[in-house]
Ligand binder design. Sequence first.
Ligand code: NDP
Length: 244
Amino acid sequence: MSQDQQLGRVAVITGASSGIGAATARSLHAAGYRVALLARRTDRIMALANELGDGAIAISADVTDRDALLEAADRVKQEFGGADVLVNNAGVMLLGPFSSEQRDDYRKMIEVNLLGAITATEVFLDQIKDGGGDLINISSVAGRVSGPGVGVYSASKFAVNGWSESLRRELLPDVRVTLIEPGVVATELPTHITHEATRQGVQQAYDAAEVTAEDVAEIVTFTLQRPRHLVINEILLRPAGQEL
Ligand code: NDP
């Protein structure tokens, strides 16, 4: 898709206040998209919306709060006429040894990384279906392989992968579903780890990270620019009579 064709396409990005989400908002806006920035830290998304200027709005929303997402969807409809793209990016990575002491972290990761993405998708689905939209789910390499101390984070991302694969097949041709699985990306993600020793160790790995949020954002923007005929191929290759 050329830049001209993208002009006016509307992308909703969850977790747009930092890291990959903020970089994706900048990248898509630079490519001609109008962007709706969702996150809880209102000051950050407002500053980013001001920086981007025309075609960027900040909407304070916690992805675990369905009412807030419904209000966000209403605002996107009113201000931009609806969303063409939803980027499910909001996430937390609260690593640490498996223990009852970390139980609040487990609930939070499932509620934000998995249920947050599912809820944002069902809330925005009618908008992105209308006119041929895109759903981008930011998973992780931890959605394919796991290791000690990563269990529930991995579980949340493995679940995102399974759910995305089902949606990818179910929503064709109205919505193209893409899963992005980055490895270690230099962002503030590890700073929220509550288990002190784990945070220090993980932070060291993140301090040495070579992939930037901008690198991942570039992939998201590139992906959205790919022609949709690959989707059509998949439909043609379905066995006769198989609708889903
Ligand atoms: P950041 O911590 O910089 O960004 C996380 C974003 O999620 C923030 O904008 C935060 O906004 C938002 N968020 C967290 N909880 C909620 C919530 N309840 N409701 C709404 N927004 C929320 O980290 P990254 O940019 O690295 O992470 C983005 C995504 O990329 C995550 O899904 C992460 O799992 C994934 N990822 C990251 C990798 C990495 O190495 N960095 C590797 C692979 C995947 P706020 O706090 O303002 O609400």
